[in-house]
Ligand binder design. Structure first.
Ligand code: GLC
Ligand code: CA
Length: 559
């Protein structure tokens, strides 16, 4: 349903992720920017999404594509100016689109003035308290303080050199060495981020996406990480108090401002703790993002998700892709359709035709489950992971730090194709002075927004049609669902009033249940049968209630 003026919009919204470097380049330097986003806002309102989440656009040396922030209250010149950001927010609001900015509170850039002062001031600099500086182990302090392993691969500590040239203390960085971790036990760090939060809320943003949200608090004793014990740096209980204080700030603003956490935790219960009524409003469902294209696995994921969210009365979210993971057209075309960072390998064969068919069905599934949904830029164009970027052009620290073992995340960050038959496909203006910052595949000539527009079989028109239905249909977005009986390998669920979704993950076509109208299908039907890897939305009458029907329990088929 359209989220209009609803202050609880985040419970139902479809949120489109803009990765600014790769969305649209307004000034022709080969890098996406705010001017480019402003020129393309019509694409997003035509698409029918409710809100835009922008990955970081702050001043940054770009050691991690802007997730290394040097100044949280300004815009990097490569993207534009603060005034342009304010104009973009106003323009989006006029187009009925809400804006979510990306806040990175776990760490900053090594170019941040606090970190520079901490280095320049030597071992006694008070700014060192704002980070995690520690002496090394061993007689001469030459061994890192702990053996914690970075999610980027490699060490989490780097040794500093004192101003007099002697080897000094070490500092903690859970990610790259250019991303020192803040010490969230320090009141100045808390006060600073509360002020940054207000800075953006005062600029009328509707939501804040919180980067690495489960990692801010650390066990101050810095114990070793053990395979079975609690992690000393992920999901430490003290993190929740931070979000309670942020929630109090956000609630002082009118119009329904949302806090949305990037929380990667396998334990559903621990995950849901972040969504208690006085903490975050929503968090990304990475369990769904990583789930195999397999009916029983998906059904179990949906059930576990809804069961975890219900007690805290938080909306579920449904995410298929983002700027950190393999694009799902490629993932779904492989023999192993799950995603995990540990198993991320390039060049594993993928049947892109199959992957595309499944991605179309997955779009109808994820856009009709209860709660909010996310669309990562380019997913509406059916883009696949680009796996042949030459090593010398790759920029992701995951690739560089792993010595090329991990392919990194550049393959899902390739600049979007808008129009035309050859790169830059309208990503940059005709008089551009540089090529797109990552090379686009020549085959994307069939994937441009322009060629797909008006082609009823295209991914773009499927997303437009699905989002148009979702905006006007009272059953979609937040609300309840009920599984319906279905053949093996088929997901079927009802959403009141009058909506049924069927997804066929089996190898044979299945008959459609009785229905009043076929609203949308992800692919051609075979008579009145739904082929494999295809989904359909139906208008149905209400299923007959049964005494033991639960929120996600089975009910008789609608008549
Ligand atoms: C989050 C971001 C990712 C970034 C990391 C460190 O996981 O999504 O892109 O590299 O945090 O900031
Ligand atoms: Ca540019």
């Amino acid at each position: 349903m359209s989220t209009g003026d609803d202050p609880r919009w985040w419970r139902s919204a479809v949120i489109y992720q803009i990765y600014p470097r790769s969305f649209a380049d307004g000034n022709g330097d080969g890098i996406g920017d705010i001017a480019g986003i402003r020129e393309r806002l019509a694409h997003l309102s035509d698409l029918g999404v409710d809100a835009l989440w922008l990955s970081p656009w702050y001043p940054s040396p770009m050691a991690d594509a802007g997730y290394d922030v040097a100044d949280h209250r300004d815009i990097d010149p490569v993207f534009g100016t603060l005034a342009e950001a304010e104009e973009l927010i106003a323009q989006a609001h006029r187009s009925g689109l809400r804006i979510i900015v990306d806040l990175v509170p776990n760490h900053c850039s090594d170019a941040h003035p606090w970190f520079q002062a901490a280095l320049a001031g030597g071992p006694d600099a008070p700014e060192r308290e704002l980070f995690w500086f520690r002496p090394g182990r061993g007689p001469d302090g030459a061994e890192k303080p702990t053996d914690w392993v970075s999610p980027f691969g490699g060490d989490t500590w780097t040794r500093t050199t004192n101003p007099d040239g002697t080897p000094g203390d070490w500092y903690l960085h859970l990610f790259a060495p250019q991303q020192p971790d803040f010490n969230w036990d320090h009141p100045r760090v808390r006060a600073e981020f509360e002020d940054i939060l207000r800075f953006w809320l005062d600029r009328s943003v509707d939501g804040i996406r919180i980067d690495s949200a489960a990692m801010l608090a650390k066990d101050p004793a810095l114990p070793e990480a053990t395979p079975d014990g609690p992690s000393p740096f992920v999901d430490v209980d003290a993190v929740h108090e931070i979000y309670r204080s942020w929630r109090r700030i956000v609630e002082q603003y009118p119009g329904g401002r949302a806090l949305i956490g990037e929380v990667w935790l396998p334990d559903h219960q621990r995950f849901a703790n972040y969504l208690r009524p006085d903490e975050l409003h929503a968090a990304f469902n990475f369990d769904f993002l990583g789930c195999a294209w397999e009916a029983s696995a998906l059904r179990a994921c949906v059930d576990a998700t809804l069961a975890a969210h219900a007690p805290v009365d938080a909306p579920a979210t449904w995410v298929l892709s983002n700027h950190d993971v393999t694009r799902h057209v490629t993932r779904y075309g492989r023999a192993d359709t799950t995603f995990s960072f540990a198993a991320k390998r390039e060049g594993v064969p993928s049947d892109l035709e199959l992957g595309t068919r499944r991605a179309r069905a997955a779009a109808l599934l994820s856009l009709s489950l209860p709660g909010a949904a996310y669309v990562y830029q380019g997913e509406e164009l059916g883009l696949w992971e680009v796996e042949d970027i030459p090593p010398e052009l790759r920029q992701d620290p995951m690739f560089v730090r792993s010595g090329g073992v991990d392919p990194g995340r550049d393959g899902c960050r390739v600049p979007l194709p808008w129009s035309g038959d050859a790169p830059p496909f309208g990503f940059s203006p005709d008089d551009a002075t540089a090529p797109p910052w990552l090379p686009q595949p020549a085959d994307w000539k069939d994937r441009t927004a322009r060629t797909q527009t008006g082609d009823d079989h295209s991914m773009l028109e499927l997303y437009r049609a699905a989002l148009a239905i979702r905006r006007r249909h009272p059953a979609l977005g937040d609300g309840a669902m009920t599984w319906l009986p279905a053949p093996d390998g088929v997901l079927a669920f009802h959403r009141p009033p009058g909506f049924t979704c069927l997804v066929n993950l089996s190898a044979t076509a299945v008959p459609l249940p009785p229905h009043a109208e076929r609203l949308l299908a992800s692919g051609p039907l075979d008579d009145e049968r739904l082929p494999p890897d295809t989904a359909v939305w139906l208008r149905t009458t209400e299923p007959t209630p049964t005494p033991d029907a639960t929120a996600t329990g089975a009910e008789p088929a609608p008549a």
